[in-house]
Design a binder for this molecule. Structure first.
Ligand code: SAJ
Length: 404
């Protein structure tokens, strides 16, 4: 039996995938409400293919509970936030999950940590806790780090077809865990040591952050000197070895905007490009505000209350708002004591921020100037409704609109 700890964006699909392939799975989460929802047969967030997978898993062998099980295998998928002041990882959720595992596990249990952790976290925080409870690592408990790689919006497909990394103290345990992941993962699974696995994961997200920052910096350069950044990126990308990403209103989500900070926090003197990239991406919501201001001036528009932001989530077609550029932008305005702009997001059907609308038509009635923060499919289906509105399109999906 496999006990998956933490049934969030990663834990739930992973638990369901394992169960759908015939593994006996118990999903544990301390959030009673979440467990109750799952037990009434409902999924807890929007994701393509998640409901079908849920039905497949339930037809096989899965149980959801707030209790930890007595098992010989655990997969820990709890969040790893970072401390806002020193940018270092806050491993408290991982630590409390591992402590709870030790109170329940069978001798020789394998504990797989899937949560993203900064390099060295397992040595620095997890091993000492296990030792302090008089458990022998490698005998009473086996530690493994198998960071996830799936992309929200394409999770179910990627769980199956993305290659994976498994870091373990011994090859034998690594291979054992690999065999379990192979029940659903059809791509290559590399077995390595724990520190390499920790570092690889953070490096992957940092690579993407830096590349997005490059696109965003180009946008600022082009704006300052009246050049079309999108045309330039399109042409540059025709070079066989150039692949510039899309500029946008900033970087959100719980991965790319967080993981690079782990490196900055741990290696302050050595992380120059990484820190600068973070700063560039974090500056983008402010840049959007400046663009709004300039466009309003160009159109002699004075009334901020007639400006609306389309999109509250951190990217298109997901319902996750963590660290989203729109939230960053609103926070920024609040700091300057400016009244919040109107907001609408088709993926969010409850009020999260002040001045949020739940109906697209009502939202449109109240604004003259719409800023596209996120390119949800919904918008592409309703482009005709934007006739007559002033548009700032940070995602470059509406032809003829103002861009960043
Ligand atoms: N973004 C841009 N321009 C781009 C691509 C993305 O501005 O060209 C923005 C998005 O709008 C969003 C943010 O970046 O705000 C991140 O979006 P994303 O789709 O690039 O990635 P995430 O955060 O949804 O998922 C990432 C993935 N990592 C990589 O691509 C290296 C995923 O594979 C990881 O599993 C996930 O982080 C994670 O959990 O670590």
């Amino acid at each position: 039996m496999i006990n998956v700890i933490g049934l969030g964006y990663i834990g739930l699909p992973t638990a369901l995938m394992l169960a759908s392939k015939g593994n006996n799975v118990v999903g544990t989460d301390y959030n009673k409400e979440l467990v109750e929802t799952l037990n009434t047969g409902k999924t807890t967030f929007e994701e393509e293919g998640l409901e079908t997978l849920f039905l497949e898993a339930v037809a096989e062998n899965i149980k959801f509970t707030t209790e930890y099980e007595s098992s010989d295998m655990y997969i820990v998928t709890v969040p790893t936030p970072y401390e806002k002041d020193n940018k270092q990882i806050d491993p408290s959720f991982v630590i409390s999950a591992v402590e709870a595992v030790m109170n329940n596990c069978k001798k020789g249990a394998i504990v797989v940590i899937e949560s993203t952790v900064s390099p060295g976290t397992i040595d620095k925080f997890v091993r000492p806790i296990i030792k302090s409870k008089n458990f022998k690592i490698g005998e009473d408990i086996h530690l493994v780090h198998a960071p996830e790689r799936i992309l929200p919006g394409n999770m179910i497909h990627e769980l199956k077809y993305n290659s994976r990394t498994i870091g373990a103290d011994s090859t034998e345990i690594g291979e054992k865990v690999k065999a379990i992941y192979q029940t659903f993962c059809e791509a290559e699974i590399v077995v390595t040591d724990i520190r390499t696995a920790e570092m690889t994961k953070v490096v992957e997200n940092t690579f993407r952050d830096i590349n997005i920052a490059f696109a965003n910096e180009l946008t600022k350069i082009c704006r300052s000197d009246d050049m079309d950044v999108h045309e330039i990126i399109k042409i540059a990308n025709m070079h066989p070895r150039v692949n510039i990403l899309n500029p946008g209103p900033g970087v959100g989500g719980h991965c790319i905007s967080v993981d690079p900070w782990f490196l900055v926090g741990d290696y302050p003197g050595l992380t120059n490009i990484i820190l600068t990239a973070r700063e560039i991406n974090d500056s983008m919501p402010e840049f959007v505000l400046e663009r709004i201001h300039t466009i309003m001036k160009e159109h002699n528009m004075k009334d901020f209350s007639r400006v609306g932001l389309y999109g509250l989530t951190y990217k298109q077609d997901v319902d996750d708002i963590r660290e989203s550029p729109t939230l960053q932008l609103l926070e920024n305005m609040e700091k300057h004591l400016a009244p919040a702009l109107k907001v609408y997001d088709p993926m969010i059907n409850k009020k999260i921020v002040e001045s949020q609308y739940l109906s697209f038509d009502e939202f449109l009635n109240e604004i003259d100037f719409m800023v596209v923060m996120v390119s949800h499919s919904h918008l592409k289906q309703h482009i005709d409704k934007l006739n007559g509105k002033l548009i700032l399109d940070t995602q470059n999906i509406i032809s003829g609109a103002n861009t960043l």
